[in-house]
Ligand binder design. Structure first.
Ligand SMILES: NC(=O)c1ccc[n+]([C@@H]2O[C@H](COP(=O)([O-])OP(=O)(O)OC[C@H]3O[C@@H](n4cnc5c(N)ncnc54)[C@H](OP(=O)(O)O)[C@@H]3O)[C@@H](O)[C@H]2O)c1
Length: 491
């Protein structure tokens, strides 16, 4: 299988926050990879902007360093890098100030596609939008890209939406959730809606439960005091896990069209039931001492620089989607820091056949499970029961039908584009399907807010869990009491 690269139309892309971590790790290397793949057309220009005073030559050197650090050796071609750096410009601009904007205006060509990536703190979204307008830089069709976090509750998300709406139409606003840019996530829609196989079984009658896991091995050290104001619910569940849940639970859209897809996702969010206190487990990772007793790895409270913190670095929830399709099928969500392995997956466990004609001792083997792996090694895996090969009588064995995208795509497989690459190209193409609409974000906060208010009012404390484990004990109980168990967290 060979993946096709279809060049986009010429564009001017302005990256505000071009000297920041995200630009350095994802945006600039991602744009270079698209350039290397032949997707960036002749005449396109990428303009970096931030407060740091430097000229274009210095910015190009900065971008070269980012490419050297974050692009694999196989794609670091000297001539290509040189050519890519040639399309970069830099303008020093303070989002809160008035300097630099006329220089930027002179660089942005209104006859081309114009996109403005706000890779800066959300407090700067308003000032940037205002100035792009005031200085007449944003053409009528211009697109803006905004990063998470999009608000910290319903009120702040509404305020942010209102600020952006003063200057840009919803069709111009691209709210990034990079989980939606993953190959597997889009493939999930293809598997569901381009095959007849699963859809008849995709409901409470045949699906026992769904597990969505996003596990990280890193802690919050380095940005602990910042993280402490948010926590796993705000940082991960309200956006990434919610988006994954929507793609699993949504009805088929009438067409693969941005608003049709987003309308269906919105209906899922609105159908989410309030979550009972008994269906929530929160945790904080504990300090860890290495076996030789020498190394000390700080616990969450130390990392957060807040010994009284009640912010969770882990959360597990049992969630119900109250509609005809899903009534009775629980969705178990969990995400956390400092867990056993770095992995993200969705597992759909189907019900057992109603009656077994085989003598099988191990009943748990009879479930079919469809696992959608987001990382590492994006792919899908369907666990099926077959007869164990050989003459030893009729014995059953569970085998995985495994589809690793890396393997399936052959040489190209190792090169599945990073989510940011895909999403930025979608912005240039003007395709909003994989971006969150304002009402979706608000609905997600409307569901999240009462959950957070609930545990705040009750004064709940997160339970400690060992670093490198699969989370707090109570999270195991959340499943055990339903006669189910979490899938193992492993790479
Ligand atoms: N890093 C990630 O992995 C990640 C992941 C998801 C979302 N995000 C979001 O992406 C955004 C950027 O994150 P980041 O990690 O790149 O942050 P960062 O490393 O702190 O970078 C912030 C950028 O904004 C610029 N900046 C700050 N104040 C400015 C001002 N007044 N006017 C113009 N530019 C200004 C900074 O450059 P100067 O100091 O030179 O002005 C820098 O380029 C944030 O909203 C963050 O929440 C980041």
């Amino acid at each position: 299988m060979v993946s096709r690269v279809i060049p986009v139309d010429p564009f001017d892309l302005v990256v505000f926050g071009a000297t920041g971590d995200l630009a350095n790790r994802k945006i600039l290397p991602g744009l270079y990879r698209r350039f290397f793949a032949g997707q960036i057309p002749e005449g396109a220009r990428i303009i970096g902007a931030a407060r740091t005073e430097m000229d274009t030559a210095a910015f190009r050197a900065h971008a070269r360093a980012a490419i050297d650090e974050h692009v694999g050796a196989g794609k670091r071609d000297a001539a290509q890098i040189e050519a890519f750096l040639g399309i970069l410009e830099y303008v020093p601009i303070d989002a809160m100030g008035e300097g630099g904007w006329t220089t930027l205006k002179a660089l942005v060509r209104p006859q081309l596609i114009n996109a403005f990536y706000f890779s800066v703190a959300p407090a700067l979204f308003g000032p940037l939008a205002e100035r792009l307008h005031a200085f007449g830089i944003a053409a009528a069709e211009a697109r803006i890209v905004v990063e998470k976090p999009f608000g910290r509750d319903l009120a702040s998300a509404k305020a942010l939406n209102a600020t952006l709406a003063e200057h840009f139409d919803e069709t111009q606003i691209y709210r990034i959730d990079h989980y939606l840019g993953k190959e597997t996530v889009q493939n999930l829609m293809a598997v569901r809606f381009a095959n007849i196989l699963f859809e008849p079984l995709w409901n409470a009658q045949f699906v026992d439960h769904v597990q969505i896991t996003v596990a990280e091995t890193v802690g919050v050290g380095g940005r602990g005091s910042y993280y402490d104001k948010s926590g796993a619910m705000r940082d991960m569940v309200q956006n990434h896990l919610m988006q994954l849940l929507c793609l699993i639970a949504m009805e088929p859209p009438y067409h693969f069209d941005p608003d049709a897809v987003r309308d269906e996702k919105l209906k899922v969010i609105r159908a989410l039931q309030p979550v009972l206190a008994a269906d929530i487990v929160r945790g904080q990772y504990l300090a860890h001492r290495s076996d030789d007793g020498k190394g000390h790895q700080p616990g969450y409270l130390e990392d957060a620089e807040n010994p009284d913190s009640r912010t969770e670095s882990y959360i597990a929830l049992r969630v119900h989607v109250a509609n005809w399709r899903w009534k009775g099928t629980p969705f178990y969500l969990r995400t956390g820091k400092r867990l056993r392995a770095r992995t993200s997956e969705i597992a759909i466990t189907f019900k057992e056949p109603p009656h077994s004609i085989f003598d099988e001792a191990d009943e748990t083997w009879r479930e079919n499970v469809l696992v959608i792996r987001l990382q590492p090694n994006e792919g899908m895996n369907l666990k099926m029961m077959i007869k164990e090969p050989g003459p030893g009588g009729m014995r059953l064995v569970q085998v995985p039908l495994d589809m690793s995208f890396a393997e399936a795509l052959g040489e190209d497989g190792a090169d599945i584009p990073d989510a940011y690459e895909r999403l930025i190209m979608d912005v240039i193409r003007g395709n909003q399907t994989l971006f969150m609409r304002g009402d979706e974000v608000e609905a997600a906060w409307a569901w999240t807010d009462p959950i957070i208010e609930g545990w705040t009012a009750r004064g709940d404390r997160p339970q400690g869990y060992d670093a490198g484990s699969s989370g707090p004990e109570d999270a195991l109980m959340l499943m055990h009491r339903d006669g189910r168990r979490w899938r193992e967290i492993r790479e």
